[in-house]
Design a protein around this ligand. Structure first.
Ligand code: B1M
Length: 215
């Protein structure tokens, strides 16, 4: 297979051997972020389709996810960055009950490489932990990620909890993840939340929203 098809295939097949050699060659052709967006994410999309249609079993999905993570970790030091921090602080968490973190960690990389400080508290985070970390680190915004349909309900509960604690005005919220839709966030959730809640379809939109919030 040609290089870029092979990279996509590696994600689908969960094939890690020789990954770095291919990534080095790929970086000779285009910047790391384009490799992620155009090739690696294309592979994850296929994984999602195969899994969703019952043609791929969970342990293989996990293997694909591990190759994806290894690839992103290998590319990350080669990205152009302004990691001076200081533009503002974003807390990131995957919500309670949800282990998916590849997307959240991409948001971390993109936002922190563009001059923001990011406090990434990981997966399966209940609202109490999210709000404690937000207070402790004095963040400017809270970002929640979740890929399961049930995570969209948890996000709604979290926003209601923030309303009832009277802290909605203090924290703009960014939401992202495959099960969300723009209209659910910008209409339904926006009607509920007493602060500012925005939908980010990808990591770059997350960055643009931070730019708008902090300007
Ligand atoms: Co899971 N999984 N999974 N899974 N998994 C999905 C989400 C699913 C859609 C697959 C499918 O059926 N086609 C399905 C959910 C169905 C539903 O809820 N209706 C599903 C399921 C069912 C499950 C389990 C329940 C399976 C089981 O146990 N029977 C289980 C859940 C465990 C749990 O959470 N409690 C499970 C487990 C796993 C693995 C552990 C094997 C693995 C995750 C590994 C990991 O993350 N460390 C995994 C994977 C890899 C997937 C798929 C195939 C790929 C997800 C991914 O990483 N995509 C996924 C299929 C799919 O999404 N269509 C699937 C790449 C990633 C970059 O995209 O995270 O969407 P994404 O992030 C994007 C944007 O959404 C956005 O930016 C990123 C791009 O720039 N974004 C944000 C995300 N968060 C953001 C936050 C922001 C801004 C933007 O600001 C805060």
């Amino acid at each position: 297979l040609p290089l870029f098809e092979r990279l996509e295939r590696r994600i689908v097949d969960g094939e890690r051997n020789g990954l770095e050699v291919d990534l080095d060659a790929a970086m000779g052709e285009k910047p790391p972020l384009r490799i992620i967006n155009e090739n690696l994410l294309a592979g994850m999309k296929v994984v999602g389709e195969l899994f969703g249609s019952g043609q791929m079993q969970l342990p293989f999905v996990l293997q694909s996810a591990e190759v994806m993570k290894a690839a992103v970790a290998y590319l990350e030091p080669h990205m152009e960055k302004d990691d001076s921090g200081g533009k503002g602080k974003l807390l990131l968490a995957t919500v309670k009950g949800d282990v998916h973190d590849i997307g959240k960690n991409l948001v971390d990389i993109i936002v922190s490489n563009n001059g923001y400080d990011v406090v990434n508290i990981g997966i399966k985070q209940p609202i109490n932990a999210i709000l404690e970390a937000a207070e402790e680190h004095k963040v400017d915004a809270i970002g929640m990620s979740g890929l399961l349909v049930k995570s969209t309900v948890i996000m709604k509960d979290n926003l209601e909890e923030m309303n009832s604690r009277g802290i909605a005005e203090k924290y703009p919220v960014l939401l992202g993840g495959a099960a969300l839709t723009r209209s659910y966030v910008e209409h339904d959730l926006d009607d509920i939340y007493q602060g500012d809640v925005r939908y980010a379809k990808d990591a770059f939109e997350g960055l643009h929203l931070m730019d708008r919030l902090m300007s």
